[in-house]
Design a protein around this ligand. Structure first.
Ligand SMILES: NC(=O)c1ccc[n+]([C@@H]2O[C@H](COP(=O)([O-])OP(=O)(O)OC[C@H]3O[C@@H](n4cnc5c(N)ncnc54)[C@H](OP(=O)(O)O)[C@@H]3O)[C@@H](O)[C@H]2O)c1
Length: 250
């Protein structure tokens, strides 16, 4: 009931951090992988090695998810290599970490294009490959609904992402395609290195979290496995939070 043998997953930004953990977990469950990255091939190769270790196939594709032609090429590789796509995990993200009053139009568009608009392009281009029962998962963060210092562009783009996922869930539901979002608490990946106050974020997160530790990439990957599997068959258009209870504290 829980195995993913014969299924194909695409993980954008699957070369590092949370995306890598999701790719590795889906491979352990039996799925073959298309792993996308944009700059760091070496990291992507490490993910491919993890997938290979699980006995599954992994194809690496360099593509900027904010560029339509790149996404078209990404889907073409998926079509040629596997012929279909069962799981589309929109995980890649980027952003400029500055106080709101220092942000420029370019900073805003950068985050919106990579973090929010990319999901729309990915879904539009992937749809011909996705059979009924397929899953689309967007990866978001608590910044979609909370104000976090220096996080304005990413927070606003994640709010747009979550709204877009709900609209897609309504439109794609009748085709048998599930669309949901995972929202994670602070996870100690390379992404946090961009924060001037990284140490403070991490220690405050541990202190505030009822379950007493940081969320790991593997915690997020476990929710992705749930959302890809049969046990989530009536879950649609939801944001599932994985943060050890951090966000429920006032
Ligand atoms: N870390 C956290 O605390 C946290 C918390 C909640 C939610 N999240 C979300 O979880 C997701 C993964 O975060 P992470 O912390 O694992 O990030 P990360 O370690 O910074 O990795 C980012 C990944 O995205 C790829 N990427 C960046 N821009 C891209 C683009 N334009 N096109 C294609 N790929 C691109 C990177 O590829 P290259 O290496 O080639 O650049 C890399 O694989 C993001 O959506 C993030 O917002 C993170």
């Amino acid at each position: 009931m829980l195995g993913f043998h014969g299924r194909t997953a695409l993980v954008t930004g699957g070369s590092r951090g949370i995306g890598r953990a999701i790719a590795a977990r889906l491979a352990e469950m039996g799925a073959d992988l298309v792993v996308n990255y944009v700059r760091h091939r070496k990291d992507a190769e490490e993910t491919a090695a993890m997938v290979g270790k699980a006995g599954r196939r992994c194809v690496l594709v360099k593509a900027n998810v904010a560029v339509q032609a790149d996404v078209e090429q990404l889907m073409e590789v998926a079509r040629l290599e596997f012929g279909k796509l069962d799981f589309l995990i929109s995980n890649a993200a980027s952003g400029v970490f500055k106080p709101a009053l220092e942000l420029t139009e370019r900073h805003w568009n950068w985050a919106m294009d990579i973090n929010a608009r990319a999901l729309l392009t990915l879904v539009q281009k992937a749809l011909p490959l996705m059979p009924p029962g397929s899953r689309v998962i967007a990866v978001s963060s608590l910044g979609a609904v909370r104000a976090i210092e220096n996080y304005t562009t990413v927070g606003a783009s994640k709010a747009a992402l979550e709204s877009l996922a709900r609209h897609l869930a309504v439109e794609l539901g009748p085709r048998g395609i599930h669309v949901n979002t995972i929202s994670a608490g602070a996870v100690d990946t390379d992404a946090l290195k961009h924060f001037p106050n990284r140490e403070q974020i991490l220690s405050a997160a541990i202190q505030r979290t009822p379950l007493g530790r940081l969320t790991t990439p593997e915690d997020v990957a476990d929710i992705a496995v749930f959302l890809c599997g049969e046990l989530s068959k009536m879950v649609q258009g939801q944001v599932i939070t994985v943060d050890g209870g951090y966000a429920i504290r006032g």
